[in-house]
Design a protein around this ligand. Structure first.
Ligand SMILES: Nc1nc2c(ncn2[C@@H]2O[C@H](COP(=O)(O)OP(=O)(O)OP(=O)(O)O)[C@@H](O)[C@H]2O)c(=O)[nH]1
Ligand SMILES: [Mg+2]
Length: 531
């Protein structure tokens, strides 16, 4: 069947890691191998040119870090691949966690010098919760890193996942000579090349062949033969099912910046990574091969294209076939909407698509209908589950620095907080704007984007709140009483729901004891929580 054929050739995955391990570089190189781009520079220099593919937001170019997930599609060997390059920094982890709901597997990048780092552990924890299949790419082998055996050991103990090397490095750092593909038994010799694909692949049918010595020298040959023998003794043959269940991670070695080991990764990836998987909704499991279209919004981004001030909602297609110009049912708003120009992604370059299949990520122009987590269907009352919600931990008052741009500021703050970059709380009287985030860097992003995308300048004054609690009660009098007594600590979210700003854990405990009829919720999602 057409639908099944389309599904089976799709692969949608996220690239995750601790900051700086090389996700964006690897993404770029995968696109290079996929023929989606023709040359790639080092990420740093590339970030200043128009060819910057993944880190295209102005702030990302300037700082050299990714602050938001970007989505890119390309074709390789008959497969239709969607990569979601996530930001590594913990201050943007909300974006990464949401992205993980939209992928079917991940590639986890580890810097061979640093090994397993803080965010590596956290992200792996999220993958383990969902049994997401993980492939590990050990990057930066051109640098003097840790010994490959100890890296594997570290991964197994720290990330609590079994590993199975599918490629093996010959040397490391200055002595790095290449990788031996344990699967196809091919030897790829290393010649540093940052922009083009190296063709220097040698097929060595038998590892005991003398040709190996000629190519890599006596010492490296002996070491490789020992290593391969040991690996075959220690590790069982690679088990596809264990990988798909999230128990076993195949491991590749390479150097993304030098295009090295990337092809092995890509070739094996398309073969073993899962095709689009079913998703859990509130009422049932939804399967990709079903006839009716369904999908959910996992990300919203305003001003993706600086020339067109538009807002895009990123929709992961779960089932059926999405068609342009057809009316779909927005299950939260209970209304039908149609999309005249849905787009597919090549980073910030978008092209209009007429149809989309499960696994695909499409961009829908949004005029304010969507919130993260919203579901679209062909009429069925569905709500996809598992979208994480976050409670802010850092609060600052937003100060307008240019009164002539108040309108722009107002609009900018609303749009950026709609994206889920941060949360907005309003305090009356005086329309005081309080921004709540989980990380300091988000304030920088907001300030930068307000200025560059809306022309509004602002600054922030730190506030001493501990956490924000949405308050509800069946007892209206008790609620009114509470609001009157705690007036100075009550704010309202964008939907005018009252929120209590607790100054400490102790304040909250005291409030809970005094105001027994009032419920305190750590997230605005308490309605869906209760369902
Ligand atoms: N030596 C060496 N450097 C590399 C390699 N791959 C990437 N880098 C460098 O590592 C730095 C970080 O690379 P990025 O690709 O931006 O890392 P990232 O994981 O996307 O970082 P965030 O998105 O900010 O978390 C850049 O300076 C790259 O040039 C490699 O194979 N070898
Ligand atoms: Mg990056």
């Amino acid at each position: 069947m057409e639908q099944e054929k389309e599904i089976s050739k799709r692969r949608t995955f996220g690239i995750i890691s601790h900051p700086d391990a090389g996700k964006t570089t690897l993404t770029e190189k995968l696109l290079l191998f996929g023929g989606a781009i023709h040359t790639a520079g080092a990420v740093k220099s590339n970030k200043f040119t128009k060819t910057a593919v993944s880190d295209f937001m102005e702030i990302e170019k300037q700082r050299g870090i990714s602050v938001a997930t970007s989505v890119m599609g390309f074709e390789y060997d008959g497969y239709s691949i969607n990569i979601l390059d996530t930001p590594g920094h913990k201050d943007f982890a909300e974006d990464t966690y949401r992205t993980l709901t939209a992928v079917d597997s991940v590639i986890l990048v580890i810097d061979c010098v640093k090994g397993v780092e803080e965010q590596t552990r956290k992200l792996m924890g999220v993958c383990r919760m969902r049994n997401t299949p993980v492939i590990i790419f050990i990057n930066k082998m051109d640098r003097e890193g840790k010994d490959p055996y100890s890296l594997l050991q570290e991964i197994e103990t720290e990330l609590k996942i079994s590993t199975r090397p599918l490629s093996w490095p010959i040397g490391i750092g200055a002595k790095f000579k290449g990788v031996y593909n344990l699967y196809s038994k091919q030897l790829q010799l290393f010649s540093p090349n940052k922009t083009k694909i190296s063709e220097d692949v040698h097929l060595i049918e038998d590892i005991n062949d003398n040709e190996l010595q000629q190519r890599i020298g006596d010492n490296a040959t002996l070491k490789l033969r020992d290593d391969v023998e040991l690996i075959q003794m220690v590790y069982e043959t690679f088990d596809d099912e264990l990988y798909k269940g999230g128990y076993l991670a195949p491991v590749f070695f390479g150097s993304a910046i030098n295009n090295f080991g990337v092809k092995e990764l890509l070739e094996t990836f398309v073969r073993i990574a899962p095709a689009p998987l079913p998703r859990m909704a509130d009422t049932r499991i939804v399967y990709p091969a079903e006839n009716s279209f369904s999908g959910f919004i996992f990300k919203i981004h305003a001003n993706l294209d600086p020339n067109h001030r538009t807002r895009i909602a990123f929709c992961r297609v779960v089932s059926g076939r999405f068609e342009r110009n057809k009316f779909y049912y927005h299950t939260r708003l209970e209304k039908k909407i149609r999309f005249t120009s849905p787009t597919s992604f090549m980073a910030n370059e978008k092209s209009i698509v007429d149809e989309a299949y499960p696994g695909e990520v499409i961009g829908l122009f949004d005029t304010g209908n969507f919130k993260i987590g919203d579901t679209l269907s062909e009429g069925e009352q569905l709500q996809f589950k598992g979208m994480p919600s976050f409670s802010p931990e850092i609060f600052k008052e937003l100060i307008n620095r240019d009164p002539s741009k108040s309108k722009q500021l107002e609009k900018g703050v609303r749009q950026l907080t709609d994206e889920g970059v941060a949360q907005l709380f309003l305090k009356h009287p005086g329309n005081i704007k309080i921004i709540g985030t989980v990380g300091e860097l988000q304030f920088e992003v907001i300030q930068f984007r307000l200025l560059h995308e809306y022309g509004a300048s602002c600054s922030f004054t730190p506030l001493n709140y501990y956490k924000a609690y949405w308050v509800t009660s069946a007892n209206k009098a008790a609620l009114d009483n509470f609001f009157t007594a705690k007036r100075h600590l009550i704010t309202y979210d964008k939907e005018e729901r009252p929120v209590f700003m607790a100054e400490s854990e102790w304040t909250l405990k005291t409030m809970q004891e005094i105001y027994k009829d009032i419920d305190f919720h750590l997230s605005s999602e308490f309605k869906t929580e209760a369902k």
